[in-house]
Structure formats: C-alpha cells, structure tokens
Design a protein around this ligand. Structure first.
Ligand SMILES: [Fe+2]
Ligand SMILES: [Fe+2]
Length: 424
C-alpha cells in the first residue's frame, strides 16, 4: 500500500488505507531519502489479540542421538513416544518441569503440576529416571576458567560468578565426541549474553530449560518497531524471563569480578537494518576475552576506532562461517517483492573470511585466537544444517588463519566439541 501510494506528500490520508487489523498499531513514516516505511508499536502489539500464548506448546521426547529434525520445521505433529503439552512459554510449569532434572518429585505431583492427561502417563513415565544427576562443581580456583560447550556457547567462571554466551547445548547421551552438556552448568548463571537473533545463538529450546537458573540476560537493543528487527527483550519477557537487559554498543556492566563491554557487530544480516547484534568484551582477573560471534569485518575502520577505546585483547573468539546463506533464506518472507537471485546471493548471512578475521587478530594484537560458531558439532545439525568438507570455504579460510597465527606465535585453534582453559 505504501509503495503504491506514498509519493512524498503527507502520509496522513493513507492511514485510512492501512489494513483494518493493523490500524492503531503502526505509524507511517518517510526516511530521510523520502522512502516510505512504517514502524510497529511493538509492546502494544504484545498486548493485542495478535499475541496469543495459547498457541504455544512444547513437545517432549527422549533425545538419545545428535540427529534430529530441523529446528524451524514446525508445527510438530503428534507422534508415538512424544508428549505434546499445551503450556505457554511464560508458565512456571516449565520451570517446575525442567527443575525435575535436579529436584525429584513423585509421579502424582508431576502429573498434577503439569496438568498431564491420563493418556500421557505411559509416555511421560518413560522420561523419568531414579538416578540422581551428577552434581556440578563450580570453579573455585584462582583467576578464571572458560569452557567451550560447542558452537558459540562458552561458560566463563571467576570468583563465584559466571557468564554464559549464546546457550545452545547438547543433551547427555552415549556418543563418540566428548562434550559438555546441560549437566555441566552451575546451579546459578549470573548472566547470559546473546550476540544476535539467529537460531544458533538464541535458541528457545535451551533457554527455556535454563530459565530458572538465569539471573540476568543481556541482549542487544533493537531500533524499535521494524519488522525485520523485533525486540529480543520483549520476546524474552513475554516468554517469562524476568531480568532482561538490552544494551547498545559501547556500554559497560559489571557482574562480580566479570566486567562487560558491548561492542559493535558488523554485517551477517544481508545489509538489512538490524540492530539486534552485539559483540561482547569480557574482562576478568587481568584477562580480556572478545566474543565477536559472526561479526563480519566489512569495515575494518570500525575496529580501529574500537581498539582506540578498549586497547589490545588477550583472547578473541570469532565465527568464520564465511560462505553463509543468501539473505532470503532467513528474511525472504518479510520482503515486499521478490529479489533478483544475483542480488540475493550478493547479500549473504556470512561471517568473516581469512582477510577480515586476520585484520581483527592484527588490530587487537591478541595472544590467542579461537575460531568458533562454525556449526561443526553434530548436535548443531538440527539448528544449522551445514555440512563441511575439507574444501568448504569456511574451513579453507579458517585453516589459513590458523596457519598465519601459528607463524606469528599466536595460539590458534578451531574449536570443536569441548575445550577448557584456565586463566591464571
Ligand atoms: Fe548469525
Ligand atoms: Fe552463527
């Protein structure tokens, strides 16, 4: 409607042409180039009939292997061996359910608290066991410890406090790749950091299970009201997360001994105006760790300015999935007209390649470089569906970076499976 009717003149008369359902929920605007657009009153929409938590449900099944159906393939249909519970995400019933992993309850109480139907009895009993879960021992040594849980998920512990980045976790089952799982997390997670709104970094399956442990979630702030850039803070709040803080670039926060600085995150979103992306600098016991996620260094001058502010960094974690999907793979359904294939393929959801990553290593004079967030772990398949060969671009490019780092005496590794490092 806007494309057909907004011609640089006042938009006032066009409010009458806004589809009935949307009236009162949008403001029509021009940008400074006289391009017409709109913004949504996001918070107001969550209070409208368009936000219906009754549409939310969870499906439980026994997961005993890495292979699983793709995460975004919904809805899920009823299947034998699976329990489908009509519980809204914000419900405290879910906290009770997931706390059962460490806190036992009788079957009668479980059934009652979760309002289980008699027909679910048999399936649900199959999910329960009598073995106590192994108790997690928090790090109480000097300095800090970080542990890699796969992809972009890293736990940093120091002085009794901890930060967990982009939680995406494997369950515990027989397998041939050593890994940390849900069982390797502290009872309390002081702060969860989310870098951006892609399903391999913001995954509800994991987050909902951790909700009762999480004291605070830090997310990037959105621009407000853009369809392609919904507020992560609002989404999480609607889903029952109590302490969600959204930060902009170059802000600071302190969690016990862990000091946090938010940094700009470039690219990776097909040049769409998406603000919900941040890199995080964590300083602890005299060490600095940069979690850059899929930041694509398309404008190295940005890091020059950032370096002037924060100085050198000891450890850099950087994603190098530099092939990436075409923009329409994730955002296509939001576009108002079909893009030409060549345009679409030029605007990729891709992280840094060798050159761009190398510039970051040089700029921050890091002592250690870890390539992460590559989707290589098999338990990430259901989220990422990437399959690499030794010839795959991201593997070739990251190998080249590892070699360049080795020549310089920078410790460098492409993380896979699990890793633990102590910072004295
Ligand atoms: Fe991403
Ligand atoms: Fe990613």
């Amino acid at each position: 409607m806007l494309k057909a009717n907004a011609n640089g003149y006042s938009l006032e008369s066009l409010y009458a042409l806004v589809p009935h359902e949307l009236r009162g929920y949008v403001e029509l605007v021009y940008d400074l180039h006289n391009h017409p657009s709109f913004r949504l009153f996001e918070r107001l929409m969550y209070k409208s009939r368009f936000y219906d938590p009754k549409l939310q449900s969870i499906m439980l099944s026994l997961i005993t292997q890495d292979d699983r159906p793709f995460v975004l393939s919904t809805p899920r249909f009823e299947e034998p061996g699976k329990a489908h519970l009509q519980i809204p995400f914000a419900s405290e019933q879910l906290d009770f359910l997931f706390q059962l992993k460490v806190k036992s309850a009788s079957f009668g109480e479980i059934k009652d608290r979760l309002s289980l139907a008699d027909t679910d009895d048999q399936v649900f009993r199959g999910f329960l066991g009598k073995e106590p879960v192994r108790k997690y021992v928090p790090y109480d040594g000097k300095g800090a410890r970080w542990r890699y849980f796969g992809h972009a998920c890293i736990l940093v512990e120091a002085g009794g406090s901890c930060i967990l980045s982009d939680p995406v976790l494997s369950y515990t089952y027989e397998n041939n790749i050593s890994r940390y799982t849900y069982e390797d997390l502290p009872d309390v997670i002081d702060c969860v950091l989310i870098t951006h709104n892609h399903q391999d970094h913001l995954l509800f399956e994991t987050l909902l299970q951790l909700r009762s442990k999480i004291r605070m979630i830090v997310v990037p702030k959105n621009a407000g009201g853009a369809l392609q850039d919904p507020s992560m803070k609002l989404i999480l709040q609607q889903c029952g997360f109590k302490n969600v803080v959204d930060l902009e670039e170059m802000e600071e926060a302190q969690f016990g001994p862990l000091h946090l600085t938010t940094l700009p995150f470039l690219g990776e979103h097909g040049d769409l105006d998406i603000r919900t992306k941040l890199a995080y600098l964590v300083r602890v016991s005299g060490h600095s760790l940069l979690f850059a996620a899929d930041s694509c260094n398309i404008s190295p001058e940005m890091y020059k300015h950032v370096h002037q502010e924060i100085g050198d960094v000891d450890v850099v974690f950087l994603g190098m999935e530099c092939a990436g999907a075409p923009m329409s793979w994730l955002y296509g359904p939001l576009l108002t007209e079909r893009m030409e294939r060549a345009q679409d393929h030029s605007r990729r959801l891709a992280g840094s390649n060798y050159e761009r990553a190398h510039d970051i290593v040089e700029r921050f004079r890091c002592k250690e470089l870890y390539v992460y967030a590559m989707g290589q772990e098999p338990w990430l398949n259901y989220v990422m569906s990437v399959k690499y060969t030794p010839e795959s671009h991201p593997i070739v490019q990251s190998n080249k970076l590892l070699e360049a780092c080795a020549q310089k005496g920078v410790i460098a590794e492409r993380l896979f499976g699990e890793k633990e490092i102590l910072l004295s």
